[in-house]
Design a binder for this molecule. Structure first.
Ligand code: BT5
Length: 335
């Protein structure tokens, strides 16, 4: 069989046998359904196994689907993903410098809105303002989403907050307890960072070419997978729940939520989500100090508006601060 045909057949056979997880499917029925002979079936099973799936072949002439791999592979991500737009095209890599950079290249080459890029590890994962994102292999989610919104560039900063909301909900489902948004781009479990968002805007004067939303999630890292400098500030879902999480399921759940939030955002920015954002924000009500490199301001964080700006009261005045270029620390100062 031609390699391409073999791959397509293997994908179809995989779909068929996984419908009956842990139940045997007879080889003869597969042979008939997919018009294959014994040697084709053997090649198909071999290929499916090479993707990391656990499949048993019994002497009695049955095949049993046992388990999907814990790997970020495209067919697994797409399997039963119910979104309309987000994740309809998947580029899944083993190792890249940064998924955001690959996504930007693909967007420049014309890849459509909703295309996603994932990797098992990043060698130069990026945080904001030139910082690094620690990306150990196979224990996290490293994801970038290409967006092509029709709105003006000044409406883009709120996308990070929108993403944070979808991410907080997806994490909270598998990690009950305190999962909060630290405006504008961190997700905290308790006081520790478990996910970060890097939104990069590619725009001309008043037109967005495309946006890349990058998401890094610490899913199954053990304490020792964090470098010394992150041990006390970072955590993973596994460390919080004391068990491994299914990365693919979490990814699908996030993509589904992201799509819903993005649909809302395009109608009226964060207006429809502000209640939840306020409820889950770790900063509102606290005194914060904002550092933009050039200047630092301190004040009380009182709200987030529909554009995603943090409203800080300084000397009695409400000042909206946009998320892009600031780092924020909660300060212990009395207000
Ligand atoms: C962020 O920046 O939090 C944005 C992180 C975005 C990462 C994703 S992964 C997929 C995509 N491709 C990329 O190249 N990037 C995106 P920032 O707020 O600047 O936080 C960075 C800081 O968080 C670092 O300076 C460290 O202190 C800390 N940090 C680094 N890696 C971490 C990790 N794995 N977990 C928790 N904290 C981390």
């Amino acid at each position: 069989m031609h390699l391409l045909d073999l791959e397509q057949t293997a994908e179809a056979v995989l779909l068929r046998i996984r419908k009956k997880q842990n139940k045997p499917v007879s080889i003869s029925s597969l042979a008939k359904e997919f018009k294959l002979d014994e040697s084709n079936i053997a090649a198909v099973v071999k290929l499916i196994r090479s993707w990391g799936y656990r499949v048993k072949k019994r002497r009695t002439g049955d095949i049993i689907f046992v388990a999907a791999p814990d790997s970020m592979i495209a067919i697994e991500i797409s399997h039963s993903l119910k979104t309309r737009l987000i994740g309809r095209r998947v580029f899944a890599f083993q190792s890249v410098r940064s998924t955001n950079d690959i996504a930007a290249q693909l967007a420049q080459q014309g890849e459509p809105e909703g295309t996603i890029v994932t990797a098992e590890t990043q060698t130069s994962g990026k945080g904001r303002l030139g910082r690094k994102w620690h990306s150990p292999s196979r224990s996290g989610i490293y994801l970038s989403i290409i967006l092509r919104p029709k709105f003006r560039p000044e409406n883009a900063p709120g996308l990070s907050v929108m993403t944070a909301l979808a991410l907080r909900d997806a994490i909270h489902v598998i990690c009950p307890g305190e999962v909060r948004i630290k405006w504008p781009n961190d997700i905290l479990i308790g006081e520790k960072k478990t996910a970060g968002i890097l939104t990069e805007l590619y725009a001309e004067q008043d037109k967005i070419n495309f946006v890349v939303v990058g998401v890094g999630i610490n899913v199954n890292m053990k304490a020792e997978e964090f470098p010394q400098e992150l041990r006390y500030t970072a955590t993973s879902i596994r460390r919080a729940t004391k068990r491994r999480a299914d990365r693919i399921q979490l990814l699908r759940s996030f993509l589904t939520r992201f799509e819903k939030e993005y649909d809302r955002y395009r109608k009226d920015q964060l207006a429809g989500s502000l209640k939840r954002i306020r409820r889950y924000s770790s900063l509102i009500g606290n005194t914060v100090s904002l550092n933009s490199g050039r200047q630092t301001i301190s004040g009380k964080a009182v709200d987030i508006d529909k554009s995603g700006a943090l409203i800080v009261v300084v000397d009695g005045k409400r000042i909206p601060v946009s998320g892009g270029e600031v780092s924020v620390v909660k300060t212990p100062l009395p207000d």
